[in-house]
Design a protein around this ligand. Structure first.
Ligand SMILES: [Zn+2]
Ligand SMILES: [Zn+2]
Length: 227
């Protein structure tokens, strides 16, 4: 199974499980001390996700969603039933995306279910995983209800489709807003620190510092920001 791990010896660890034909980065996040954790963005391929949970022996207590696109949460309803876990997030402004999951997934030839989250999220909410805490930041722009998750102790962020290694999220979908996206990145992600590793919704991880140096869309030199 293709997985990559966030560097060891951190209080919160992440195993990435690429799922769906769109290779979406579903993450298994867990507190190393208690082995309690969450699945973030189960887009599909439930058997792969269950495999990873079994292999790591994590007690999954929550399903977290960054945004309402089908490749990120089309499997949330099914996984929630199997694991008996609540679905938490995204921000309510993404309900219209969640409602379109079955049609949108079908266009790509796979299945996805809509749902109503057990808990919506808003900016600065906190989520507990074992002894670790995740800070929620509302980052609109790719979708209006997009949220990201940040664990300060491990310098780790899960950013969905807000920011990628050398790229940024698309803002040409319904409810997208390029200016809001740039603002989300500079005002909510950059303060998490240059050393912070982020797992994007697709592709390889990076650090905010590397993107501030080299990202062709949001590098400090491109935006005219002081480093
Ligand atoms: Zn997306
Ligand atoms: Zn995506």
């Amino acid at each position: 199974m293709p997985t990559t791990s966030h560097s060891g010896k951190m209080p919160l660890e992440a195993t990435v499980i690429p799922v769906t034909p769109l290779r979406q980065n579903c993450s298994l996040l867990y507190c190393v001390e208690t082995m309690k954790g969450a699945i973030v963005d189960p887009g599909g391929d439930i058997p792969l996700i269950l495999d990873s949970i079994t292999k790591k022996q994590v007690t999954v207590e929550k399903i977290l969603i960054t945004h309402g696109h089908f490749d990120h949460c089309g499997g949330a309803a099914a996984l929630s039933q199997i694991l008996g876990c609540p679905i938490i997030g995204p921000h309510p402004d993404d309900q219209f995306w969640i409602d379109q999951i079955p049609e949108n997934a079908q266009q790509y030839g796979f299945e996805g279910e809509s749902f109503t989250p057990d808990q919506w999220l808003k900016d600065k909410d906190e989520i507990t995983l074992g002894e670790e805490r995740l800070l929620v930041r509302h980052c609109p722009g790719h979708t209006p209800g997009h949220v990201v998750f940040y664990n300060a102790a491990s310098h780790l962020a899960i950013v969905g489709d807000v920011l990628f290694r050398n790229s940024i999220g698309r803002s040409d979908f319904a409810g997208g807003d390029h200016q809001a996206l740039i603002q989300s990145i500079t005002e909510k992600l950059w303060p998490m620190g240059r050393e912070t590793v982020f797992i994007p919704g697709h592709g390889r991880p990076s650090t905010f510092g590397a993107e501030r140096d080299h990202n062709p869309f949001v590098a400090d030199s491109v935006l005219g920001l002081m480093p």
